[in-house]
Write a protein that binds this ligand. Sequence first.
Ligand code: TPP
Length: 370
Amino acid sequence: MRAKIQNAASEPVRSEELAGLDFFRDLADRYLSIEGLEARWVPIQREDLRPGKPDALRLHHLLSLTRAVEETLDSAFRSGHVPGTAFFSRGNEAAGVGSASCLREEEWLVPMHRNCGAHLAKGHPPVSIMAHFFGRAGGPSEGRDGNFHMGYRPKKITQLISHIGTMVPIAAGIAWAAKLQRNGQAVLTYIGDGGTSSGDFHEAMNFAAVRKFPLAVVIDNNQYAYKTPLSDQYACPALALRASGYGVPGFLIDGTDVLLVREVVSRALERARRGGGPTLIESVTMRLGGHSVYDRFTDYVDMEKFKLWQEKRDPIKRFDQYLIEYEVLTPEEIAASHARARREAEEARDTALKLPFPDPAKVAEGVFAE
Ligand SMILES: Cc1ncc(C[n+]2csc(CCOP(=O)(O)OP(=O)(O)O)c2C)c(N)n1
């Protein structure tokens, strides 16, 4: 499966062509591969990415569960069960699931705030996610933090630091440790389009590239950083092109195609494990909602573009359609998978809501290493 899309060669892309890049149109059936100073288009052979049935069922379950968990949390927020605020990843489910499902059990995942799919794919149980959102005992932070500011140590998922950009140096540090220990492990992390404007992102990318740390960095480009559109965020045609400046391979892909994400990220992680150093992958999606539950995004988002992505690039609808078109699953099997995901999310919610709140007397425990 891997070699077929890897070897498709084309002429280097001219910079004029990149200047007019339209993500919706230009990534529909190809992706951009950046090696050295050259970028080339590679056509996507979707038949070659076709999963076997057990694999398709597992991936479909994770995708559907991601949406179901977040929709359940969204309605729990509206019913008053979630203190503070909540961020969701609608539109980014395939990027999270497709990438994190390439990690091995013993490898570290360093997620950001829109990576619910990555948490679930790495094995974070929905009930633990719910308990965290509801501020309950038994959640990963024991009520000390909220929404996706969480990790899950049993599955090697790091805790999230709220300050944008700071997780990339942490991922680079873990990758450095893996290199020193020669344990053959790779590390996967994420950064938003807004986050790539931070100094931390640049410092970590450069250091990881210079020292060839085993790291894959996925830029979750969902086209807005809170209210800031891409035109106010960066002046290059695509963030993936920065890979040339760091001296690492880069990819610009449609992040709503779970099979493509998985293919490209698995190649980056394999390369990292072999000692080839980091890869920068820009995964383009559309944030199919507000920045947080409080955000009136319809006031500032280009709603025509939004509706186009919602209609044609919803990662879950896309995978449903693919599986039917390529005769991997039947419509009945797909409906059963969605029903199972909804049931699991609702059961996790009901269980988490029965958990007690943490004992206030213990608030100072577990804050410092003892
Ligand atoms: C250093 C810093 N500045 C501001 C914030 C507040 N903040 C949280 S998320 C966010 C938007 C980040 O945009 P992006 O990196 O594109 O990620 P997205 O939310 O779109 O997934 C902002 C400004 C923060 N957490 N850290």
